[in-house]
Ligand binder design. Sequence first.
Ligand SMILES: [Zn+2]
Length: 288
Amino acid sequence: MNADHIRRIKRTRRQDHLIFHEGEVPYLTFEALDAFPWLGHAFSTRLGGVTPGERGSLNLSLAALGDGHEDVLENYRRIGRSVGFDYEKTVGALQVHGTKIARVGADDAGSGVIRQNVFTQEDGFVTDEQGICLCVYFADCVPLFAVDPKRHAIGSAHSGWRGTAAGIGTKLIEKMVSEFGSDPEELICCIGPSICRNCYEVSEDVAEAFEKAYAPEKTEKMLFPKGGGKYWLDLHEAAFENFQRAGVRPGNISVTDICTCCEKDLIFSHRGAKGTPHGLSAGFIFIR
Ligand SMILES: [Zn+2]
């Protein structure tokens, strides 16, 4: 990373400041979604939890059930209390870097958190039911939210590089349309805390996946050659394009100004952990 590189990167979209909420467990929100009284949402940080060591302190990963399971559940209780959802009604997917999105309801509450995960092939959810809380895990990958203010329906998805290149953000909107009759032009979408283009070096094979998925005039805003077969990749730009492709208005898309890797002491970061074990942060969205 150098000054030349920064100069080469032109800002192509508006970035929104996430709002930091203090309390028993601090969390972040988008102003664009705070406007809806019927809706709750939050992104967790590493602060305010009980998990020790490298997974400290607010790890929300239950992937390795067993060690520290009770500590992780206590973290869920705390963030749920602070944000205003019932952690026992949270639903999490296994997140396999695919593009499958499930419609969930009351019967699914607790899956992947307080009981065995039945969503082993999914990377996202949609619902129009009150109380159930959609959960998306991240530690550099991009958490996405979509909200239909007219029909009171919501969606969330995990958009790592594979899912992003495969267009999971577009598929999330298509699912809102097919399940709830949403009009993409009315949806409010958010691209949450995740790795920034200045921190995300990728190899040729990843660059090729994006060159295949997007037109050249789009990839030139996403991929920045570094030399030696390496590139910097802007996942936020690609996620933005995925929403636009589905018909979401650019002005209705909020993009994070927080990089998980630049802020690795605040939010879990895979790249920032440099190969050591790390926890996961989570995005939560629910209908009050
Ligand atoms: Zn960064």
